[in-house]
Design a protein around this ligand. Structure first.
Ligand code: SAH
Ligand code: SF4
Ligand code: F3S
Length: 466
């Protein structure tokens, strides 16, 4: 691999740092995966090297998710498991940090409930980690390695500082959400919608391409609401939408595939739909959650669209890119959901025919309007509805995967497979694909004849490399 940017591995001043071990556990969505990578980047100059296990780590970060009750509770069970590790550590004590959306939602309450936690840092401030860690060390009377001041999350996270593994990378382009769906904590944990400027995103992706990245997934809680500052010198053009950004990124040398997630049905601009028709680097896959099929429930959820509008929108994508894989999210058992409302969800699923779809039981989240609504649905009913919905979604997913048998798909090889001599990659439709092939193909796009398909993966035979 060649690179013309300053890689953290070769930066001279760090050689003098003592090596310390950093373990990060990531929960929740892709935005947290991205944030964890960036935390690793921020801490690298302080001598922190990633470790695969919590045992013996100098710093543990739990990057948390608050979306459902279970997700938030997992953090406290994990902290319980970490307590003995912290006590046993020889020499300098282990530092335990809670980052992410639970940190934002619960703040100091976390340390009250779990005193093992040394520091809490929300999603907008993880660039301050070096400073916060220094403070913990200072309070313990330990020597400081270094201190540096930073202004803004993305200023510190300059493109040249990013270090990735593998040919597919996430890039956050938009943060926050102004939609306030009545079940959802995201507007409270991630704040108001905000888009990164085009120049900053392009610089980050150029640097990724120089490290061998071939595929980028543009991230945002409402990524299609993107409206970033136009490139320098072209301010008169006004903010750019996602379609324009996608077309621009397609021009960056080395970038072969572009994806984006997650979208909201109400922010869909014509230009983005058109990009599926005329930009081959935009992959034929769309994650577009609808949450429910009943218009009564959609209104109670504050989704501000109907089932019919969603169906019509999906039809436009299918016109623009025939064969596009449609993915979604569904919630069962939102307050007031009757048997008829649930049937409407099943009907919608039948109509759309998803390639893949996540589905959840409604979880009452403190502080959201849904939590105090009347007619909360019985847990037992939610469980039954979820089982029925998941059986249908699973059948659709298997059928979609089996449709690929006999086709030749372009697969980006991302890593070695579990078995010797096996490679793991992704199809244009985001399916996992396993083939026998040489390691030298990692990071390249190969052509694979699909021979077999199961619910979660495809298997095939390598035909050639592009
Ligand atoms: N911004 C994205 C994703 C939000 S969170 C969007 O608007 O689609 C991911 C998914 O979690 C949601 O799409 C929803 O299906 C689910 N979810 C969010 N809050 C939930 C809750 N309180 N109970 C159950 N599922 C929830
Ligand atoms: Fe949550 Fe709705 Fe915003 Fe998605 S659009 S993050 S579901 S409030
Ligand atoms: Fe969870 Fe926060 Fe993502 S609540 S789903 S980690 S934005």
């Amino acid at each position: 691999m060649t690179t013309d940017i300053a890689s953290p591995d070769t930066a001279a001043p760090e050689e003098a740092q003592t090596r310390k071990r950093l373990f990060i556990k990531t929960y929740g969505c892709q935005m947290n995966v991205y944030d964890s990578e960036r935390m690793r980047d921020v801490l690298h100059p302080l001598g922190y090297e990633p470790s695969d296990e919590p045992e013996g780590a100098d710093l543990i970060i739990l990057n948390t998710c608050h979306i459902r009750e279970k997700a938030a509770e997992k953090v406290y069970s994990e902290l319980g498991r970490l307590r003995p590790l912290k006590e046993k550590k020889d020499g300098a004590p282990m530092t335990i940090a809670v980052a992410g959306c639970v940190a934002q939602a619960e703040g100091a309450e976390i340390q009250r409930r779990a005193p093992v936690v040394d520091l809490v840092v929300g999603p907008q401030t993880y660039h301050k980690l070096p400073e916060l860690i220094a403070k913990v060390h200072r309070e313990r009377g330990e020597a400081l390695d270094t201190e540096f001041e930073v202004e803004d999350k993305f200023d510190l996270l300059a493109p040249a500082k990013r270090h990735v593994e593998g040919p597919a990378a996430f890039v956050t382009i938009q943060e926050g959400c102004d939609k306030f769906c009545t079940f959802c904590v995201v507007p409270y944990t991630r704040g108001a919608e905000w888009s990164r400027p085009v120049d900053q995103i392009v610089a980050e992706i150029r640097a990724l391409a120089a490290q061998g990245v071939r595929e980028v997934t543009l991230l945002g809680q409402n990524v299609n609401a993107y409206h970033g500052e136009a490139p320098s010198g072209r301010e008169a053009d006004g903010p750019w939408g996602l379609g324009q950004l996608v077309r621009h990124i397609a021009l960056i040398g080395g970038i072969e595939r572009i994806r984006f997630t997650t979208s909201h049905p109400n922010d869909m601009e014509d230009d983005l739909i058109a990009a599926f028709a005329d930009e081959p680097k935009l992959m034929p896959y769309l994650h577009l959650p609808v949450q429910a099929g009943s218009n009564k429930i959609l209104a109670a959820m504050n989704r501000k669209h109907t089932a019919e509008q969603y169906i019509a929108l999906i039809e436009r994508f299918r016109q623009a890119r025939p064969g596009i894989a449609i993915s979604g999210d569904m919630i069962v058992g939102f307050p007031g959901e009757s048997d008829e409302d649930f049937d409407a969800t099943m009907d919608l699923v039948e109509t759309i025919n998803y390639a893949s779809c996540f589905s959840f039981k409604y979880s009452r989240r403190p502080g959201t309007p849904g939590a105090s609504m009347a007619d909360q649905v019985d847990e037992e009913i939610k469980t039954q509805r979820l089982a029925r919905l998941q059986a249908k979604l699973e059948a659709q997913q298997i059928a979609f995967n089996k449709m690929q048998i006999g086709k030749n798909l372009a697969v980006l090889f991302e890593k070695e497979g579990r078995k010797d001599g096996q490679l793991h990659g992704r199809s244009p439709y985001l399916q996992s694909v396993h083939v026998e092939g040489p390691k030298s193909l990692l990071g390249q796009i190969g052509h694979v004849e699909i021979l077999d398909a199961s619910r979660n993966a495809l298997a095939g035979r390598l035909i050639g490399v592009s």
